[in-house]
Write a protein that binds this ligand. Structure first.
Ligand SMILES: Nc1ncnc2c1ncn2[C@@H]1O[C@H](COP(=O)(O)OP(=O)(O)OP(=O)(O)O)[C@@H](O)[C@H]1O
Length: 251
C-alpha cells in the first residue's frame, strides 16, 4: 500500500515567555493510504500539535513531512493552503462553523473557495446536499448553526470535510463534545468514509473511538512511545485488547 504520510524526525518547539517547550521531539512514523489511525496519550503530550504540524496547519521546527510524496515544508504558503483545501479535510471538537451562514452554506464553503474544484455552483450545492442526505441531516440544510444539536453539527462538519473529496481527513477529538450516542453515530460515519477509501488520522481520549481505528499511536512527552494494530476481531474483543495495551502504556 502506498504511503500518504511520511514523517521523519519531526520537531516542534514553542517559545513562551522566553522559555523553550520542546513539544514534539524527533517523531517519525508513516500512514498508508486507506488507514484509520488514532493518536492517543496523556493531556499535553503533543497529540494536537502532531496533527496540526503533519497537516501543515502549523509550522514545524525541524524534520520533514511528506504528504502524497510532497514535502510540505518546501511549499509556498499559497501552495500549502491549496493542498489543505483540495486534498485534506479537517474536523475539530469546536466545529468552527460560521454563524452568519446556513448549515448547507457552511458545508459548501470550501468548495466555493477551491480553485481546483471545477464543479458549477449548482453542482457544488447538489454535492453538499448529497453528503447531507448520506449523513442523515438533510432536514437541517437551511437551519442556522445554533438551531441544531451538537451531533447534527458534527455530522455537518464531516460533510464539510468531505466536500472537496479529500485524500485524507484530520480530526482533532471529533467526538470530544458529544454524548455517547452521537459519538457512536459520528464514528460510524467516519468508518464508512474510511471504508470508501479516505485515509483518516484522529486524536482522541476515548478508547471506544480508538478501537474503531486500524492502528493507535500512543504519544508521551512528544514522542511515539508505542503503536498498536487492531486486528480484525469483533468490536468488544478489540476494545478489551486495546484497553489492556493502553494500561501497559500507562494510560
Ligand atoms: N500555540 C501554542 N503556543 C504555545 N504552546 C503551545 C501551543 N499549542 C500547544 N502548546 C503547548 O504544547 C504542549 C502540547 O499541547 P497539545 O495541545 O499538542 O497536547 P495534547 O496532547 O493534544 O493535549 P490535550 O489532550 O490536553 O488536548 C502543551 O504544553 C501546550 O501548552
Amino acid at each position: 500500500m502506498a504511503k500518504i504520510i511520511e514523517v521523519k524526525d519531526l520537531c516542534k518547539t514553542y517559545i513562551t515567555n522566553k522559555r523553550q517547550n520542546n513539544v514534539l521531539r524527533n517523531v517519525s512514523f508513516s500512514i498508508d493510504e486507506g488507514e484509520m489511525v488514532a493518536v492517543m496519550g496523556p493531556s499535553g503530550s503533543g497529540k494536537s500539535t502532531l496533527l496540526y504540524t503533519v497537516s501543515g496547519m502549523d509550522s514545524m521546527t525541524a524534520g520533514t513531512v511528506l504528504f502524497g510524496g510532497k514535502n510540505i515544508s518546501a511549499l509556498k504558503p499559497t501552495q500549502l493552503a491549496a493542498l489543505r483545501l483540495d486534498e485534506m479535510g479537517f474536523i475539530f471538537q469546536q466545529m468552527y462553523m460560521l454563524k452568519n451562514l446556513s448549515v448547507l452554506d457552511n458545508i459548501i464553503l470550501p468548495a466555493r473557495q477551491s480553485k481546483a474544484n471545477t464543479l458549477s455552483a449548482k453542482e457544488k450545492l447538489e454535492r453538499g446536499k448529497e453528503l447531507m442526505r448520506k449523513l442523515g441531516i438533510i432536514e437541517i440544510a437551511d437551519n442556522d448553526i445554533n438551531e441544531v444539536s451538537g451531533g447534527q453539527l458534527q455530522r455537518a462538519c464531516i460533510c464539510r470535510s468531505m466536500i472537496n473529496s479529500p485524500k485524507m481527513i484530520f480530526a482533532d477529538e471529533p467526538t470530544g463534545a458529544l454524548n455517547r450516542q452521537s459519538s457512536n453515530e459520528v464514528m460510524e460515519e467516519l468508518c464508512k468514509i474510511n471504508a470508501d477509501g479516505t485515509t483518516i488520522m484522529l486524536v482522541t481520549h476515548d478508547a471506544k473511538v480508538a478501537a474503531k481505528c486500524s492502528r493507535v499511536l500512543y504519544i508521551v512527552d512528544g514522542n511515539i512511545q508505542g503503536e498498536y494494530n487492531l486486528e480484525g476481531s469483533d468490536e468488544r474483543t478489540k476494545e478489551r485488547a486495546l484497553n489492556n495495551w493502553l494500561l501497559e502504556q500507562g494510560w
